[in-house]
Design a protein around this ligand. Sequence first.
Ligand code: QAP
Ligand code: CO
Length: 167
Amino acid sequence: MAILKILQYPDKRLHTIAVPVDAVNNDTRKLIRDMAETMYAAPGIGLAATQIDVHERIIVLDISETHDQLQVLINPEITMRNGTFEYEEGCLSVPGIYGKVKRSESITVKALNAEGEPFTLDATGLLAVCIQHEMDHLEGKVFVEYWSKFKQSRVLAKLKKNQRSAM
Ligand code: QAP
Ligand code: CO
């Protein structure tokens, strides 16, 4: 297993659109294990392959308090949405920045598991937010990009400042 480097906003590679996984095999499963290890080490509750510079449609998440409920979604597709919900989001690619984004409150997602088998999942609240946040990464979108240009410029300034003080 390996802890992978997480791309940091505003890295342009975060804007890459990921391609579907065409066969779930041992390489996919090794990548998933490394993604999970990277997410748990951070620690975070969700990670998309885009964030580790692999542009395939794979996300891992674990919103449990015990950090033992790993969920893997390969080629996820939202088939139903209901309601709206706002949650204070963060992102491993945008450290130290938190803020609200308007999302669907409940979703139905169709995806493949680590064995390549299809399943559907009904998600609400934090789980639904987390899946939508991670699926955005697969489309090259970072949560701060929902905000105004003014707010985004403050995010960039803060990230630069934090980077300086981390050196
Ligand atoms: C996405 O985010 C998410 O700024 C996952 O300094 C977050 O795991 C979806 C993290 C909230 C929905 C709600 C962020 C860790 C982790 C930071 C994360 C940081 C350290 C973020
Ligand atoms: Co993120």
